[in-house]
Design a protein around this ligand. Structure first.
Ligand code: SF4
Length: 87
């Protein structure tokens, strides 16, 4: 399942994403963008908002159900620390 994410550390609150797609993005109390809906995120508007962000703060990440079985530190099955353990 895909999930939208705004990196608040990178967001500068320019408002581009909110202007392009206010059904998925809005300003939080901190004046920075946040995701307000995860519904129907495979749209042109979401893609445009991601592409228009000047700081690349918006990402769409694939959440895998089986990730729970992965490494404790990052839930990644091919995690660097698992490589270390194998070495
Ligand atoms: S376009 Fe990027 S920098 Fe601008 S408000 Fe949205 S997330 Fe923040």
């Amino acid at each position: 399942m895909k999930k939208l994410h705004v990196n608040k550390e990178a967001c500068i609150g320019c408002g581009a994403c909110v202007a392009i797609d206010n059904s998925h993005f809005d300003f939080g109390d901190d004046g920075l963008s946040e995701v307000i809906s995860e519904e129907n995120i495979d749209t042109k508007e979401v893609a445009n908002a991601i592409a228009s962000c000047p700081t690349n703060a918006i990402s769409m990440v694939e959440e895998k159900d089986e990730a729970k079985e992965g490494c404790d530190c990052c839930k990644d099955k091919k995690c660097c620390c698992q490589d270390e353990e194998a070495a």
